[in-house]
Write a protein that binds this ligand. Structure first.
Ligand code: F0G
Length: 482
């Protein structure tokens, strides 16, 4: 956000860009939204975009690109091997992180596949502040185990800690002492910890974990997919960092980590992924898997146009005005909800606004997929698509029993430079109505349940006729309004 004070002292996230390409949106009447959500197995992943008013499922691949990114796509250099686009992306990564080698991949989880294939063997342990769904799946697929060592405040939705994504050093030390350093495939820190509400990690925590890993000879990996918001929080919240140029921070991260990887669908606002390192051995450990799984070493499954766009996106990420808009809009969104008594994760993190479904729907228990039910109800009453981040997104234990998530969150993602403040006000209004009528919302159960990442394709049904009751209440209060 630019330093623009309002005469009335209001805090408004003023945009430092203008939109010159727009896309028509539809808002279906609630009866059609009811049919659509039921046909989609009450799973927002299965909704069609044409049936959605505001798509807040994710920011992955849905951020707006800048004019400079679009222009750069025109100079893409098509070549199977040795494309100039590769060298431009490598240069942008080196500019940002100071890293020497770039291994391109088609998206973030492809980087995770390469990392897990190179380093995880049956019995390996991978400590991390918190897991991400795709990360964990790749590690367990290779026979490894994820251990979460986030600070306790990270799992406390009411904690006001500024860096809830930080690793608890004592937990890390204890784990390594117990398992032995040779069993640790790598330690991973996820910037902007996705599943606990987009909560950031402090620069000091990156330093401390790096120092510990170096002292034990353990590889240290940073998942920088959500670094844009995390950088902004380091800039605005961390003592001593306010005047530090963003590039000094990213260059330091590049020195602290052995490997950095990211989803270019998030960091870089285009579509792709990258693994970066300055360590020749790490580069060689992973290099052979790029042509095996992704494509030749100089494109890794990405379109060269997207590589050009990511390169520009990385340079733009080093501009505070560029990265401020999303976290500031999320903060405004969260504050508006909070003033209406709606339980949100605070302090507001990155990526989106995270609603605490456990508190929103206190009459439901985790066997009824609290956050999944809230996601279905929010679509029903607003046409807004959010993402369940709770038990529905967990994988069952090997014995088939449910693994209950630490938190039941509904994420309403804010893709960068996509939504306006009036659209946010609309969502706040519909959520406020739903909160008043929350006792009508019932639970869900699976009727089709895939074994791996069941939340993507799984189908659920309501446990009662609560959806019809909600439609009737909506009509009673809103008349013929959409
Ligand atoms: N790491 C983090 C922290 C992520 O948030 C994601 C994706 C990935 C890795 C995988 O990247 O999608 O390019 O394969 N997060 C998306 C989301 C899907 O909606 O939060 P990918």
């Amino acid at each position: 956000m630019a330093n623009i004070k309002f005469y009335g002292n209001e805090s408004v996230p003023v945009e430092m860009y203008r939109a010159r390409v727009v896309q028509k949106l539809n808002l279906l009447p609630i009866e059609q939204r009811r049919d659509t959500i039921l046909e989609s197995g009450c799973n927002t992943f299965l909704l069609k975009n044409r049936d959605i008013y505001l798509d807040m499922l994710t920011d992955s691949g849905t951020n707006s690109m800048s004019d400079k990114q679009l222009a750069a796509m025109m100079q893409a250099d098509d070549a199977y091997a040795g494309s100039e686009s590769f060298y431009r992306l490598q240069e942008a990564c080196a500019h940002m992180f100071g890293t020497e080698y770039l291994l391109p991949a088609h998206q973030g989880r492809a980087c995770e596949n390469i990392l897990a294939t190179a380093y995880v063997t049956p019995g390996s342990v991978v400590p991390m502040n918190f897991h991400f769904t795709t990360t964990k799946s790749h590690i367990t697929h290779m026979g490894g185990r994820v251990e979460e060592i986030v600070i306790d405040e990270g799992l406390d939705v009411n904690s006001t800690c500024s860096f809830k994504g930080n690793v608890d050093l004592a937990k890390l030390e204890e784990l390594v002492a117990k398992e032995g350093a040779d069993k640790i495939a790598f330690v991973r820190i996820e910037a902007g910890t996705n599943l606990i509400g987009g909560q950031p990690v402090s620069l000091q925590n990156f330093r401390d974990v790096s120092a510990f890993c170096r002292s034990k000879g353990i590889r240290f990996v940073i998942d920088a997919s959500l670094l844009s918001d995390n950088l902004y929080f380091i800039h605005t919240r961390e003592a001593g960092c306010k005047d530090t140029p963003l590039r000094d921070i990213t260059l330091e991260l590049g020195r602290l980590a052995d490997i950095i990887y990211f989803s270019g669908r998030k960091l870089g606002c285009a579509k792709g992924g990258a693994i970066l390192t300055s360590n020749r051995q790490c580069y060689e450990d992973m290099r052979e898997y790029i042509p095996l799984y992704e494509g030749f070493l100089t494109y890794g499954g990405m379109s060269v146009r997207e590589m050009e766009a990511i390169a520009v996106g990385l340079y733009e990420t080093l501009n505070v005005e560029f990265i401020a808009q999303a976290p500031e809009l999320i903060a405004t969104f969260s504050k508006e909800l909070q003033t209406r008594g709606i339980p949100v994760v605070l302090p507001a993190g990155g990526l989106g606004c995270h609603i605490n479904a456990t508190e929103f729907l206190p009459h439901l228990d985790q066997t009824q997929y609290i956050a999944g039910a809230l996601a279905a109800a929010v679509y029903l009453v607003s046409g807004v698509r959010g993402m369940e981040r709770g038990t529905m997104s967990e994988q069952r234990e090997p014995d088939g029993s449910e693994r209950f998530a630490e938190m039941e969150l509904l994420r309403l993602a804010i893709p960068k430079r996509v939504f306006s403040l009036s659209q946010i006000k609309y969502v706040v209004d519909r959520l406020a109505w739903l909160y008043e009528n929350r006792s009508l919302v019932g639970g869900l159960h699976y009727v089709e349940e895939p074994k791996i990442m069941r939340f993507f394709f799984g189908r659920l049904e309501p446990n009662s006729d609560w959806i019809d009751k909600l439609v009737a209440a909506f009509r009673r209060d809103f008349g013929d309004s959409l």
